[in-house]
Design a protein around this ligand. Structure first.
Ligand SMILES: [Zn+2]
Length: 232
C-alpha cells in the first residue's frame, strides 16, 4: 500500500471528512462522533441530534469531492453531501441482524446503480464497525466479514467493466477508523467529578446542568471541554 495517510482521531466522522476533502480533522471540524456544544450546553451526537454537513468547516465545504465532481451518488455515507443518495431498507435491516447478508445486498444495489445511472462518482460504505466493536478486530466474525466482501466485490467490478469498459474507471478503497482490543480505559467523567467539575452526561438526552464534558473517542483518547470561568 502506498501513500497511506492516517487520520486522527480515529473515528468515522474524522475519517470520512478527510476522505471527502483531503483535510485533517482539525481543518474539517469533524473531530469526533460527539462533541460538547458550549452554546447549547449539551452533548451533540452526529448519529442523533447533530448534522456533520452543517458543522463542516467552510474551507472543507469548498473542496469536498462531491462538489468537485458535481454528479455523485452515495449509499451509507455519514456526511451527506452527495448529489443523490441511495437508501436500501433491506440492506439496512440486514445490517442490524445479519451483516454478511448486508454485504451482498449492498454490492447488488450498487451494481444496479452503476448500470442505471452511470455515476461520475459512486461513494458507498460497507461497514464492519458494529461487529468490530462487539467482537474485536481479530475475531472470526470480522474475518468472515472481510472474506465476504472479497467474495462479492468482483460483482461490482464486472458491472464497472460492462458500463465503462475495462481500465476506464478508478476504484479507491478507504478504511474506516482503526480499532484495538483494550481491557481498561480512563473514565474521564469520573475523573472530572473527582476534581469537583460537573461533567455533562455522555448520554445524548441529558438535562442536568454541567460545566464540563468529557467524551471518549474510541477509548484510547478523550476530548475534554471546560467552560471559561468568565466567558463561559
Ligand atoms: Zn466505530
Amino acid at each position: 500500500m502506498d501513500n497511506v495517510i492516517t487520520c486522527f482521531p480515529t473515528v468515522t466522522e474524522a475519517a470520512e471528512g478527510g476522505i471527502i476533502s483531503g483535510l485533517f480533522a482539525g481543518e474539517t471540524n469533524m473531530v469526533g462522533e460527539r462533541y460538547f456544544s458550549r452554546k447549547l450546553g449539551k452533548v451533540m451526537h452526529y448519529k442523533l441530534n447533530a448534522s456533520p454537513e452543517m458543522d463542516l468547516s467552510p474551507k472543507a465545504k469548498e473542496r469536498i469531492i462531491d462538489t468537485i465532481v458535481g454528479d455523485s451518488i452515495s449509499m451509507g455515507r455519514l456526511i451527506k453531501t452527495s448529489h443523490e443518495e441511495v437508501y436500501d431498507l433491506l440492506a439496512k435491516s440486514y445490517g442490524k441482524v445479519d451483516s454478511l447478508k448486508m454485504i451482498s445486498r449492498i454490492i447488488e444495489t450498487i451494481s444496479k446503480v452503476v448500470y442505471s445511472k452511470r455515476p461520475r462518482l459512486l461513494f458507498f460504505t460497507i461497514s464492519s464497525d458494529t461487529i468490530s466493536h462487539m467482537y474485536g478486530r481479530n475475531s472470526d466474525e470480522v474475518q468472515a466479514f472481510i472474506k465476504e466482501v472479497g467474495r462479492n466485490f468482483p460483482r461490482l467490478i464486472n458491472s464497472l467493466d460492462d458500463v465503462f469498459g475495462k481500465g476506464q474507471y478508478l476504484v479507491f478503497l478507504f478504511s474506516d477508523h482503526g480499532i484495538t482490543n483494550v481491557r481498561n480505559h480512563l473514565d474521564l467523567p469520573s475523573l472530572l467529578l473527582d476534581y469537583g467539575f460537573k461533567p455533562a452526561s455522555t448520554d445524548v438526552i441529558a438535562s442536568e446542568e454541567s460545566n464540563a464534558a468529557a467524551l471518549s473517542n474510541g477509548r484510547r483518547m478523550g476530548l475534554l471541554y471546560f467552560a471559561h470561568p468568565e466567558r463561559g
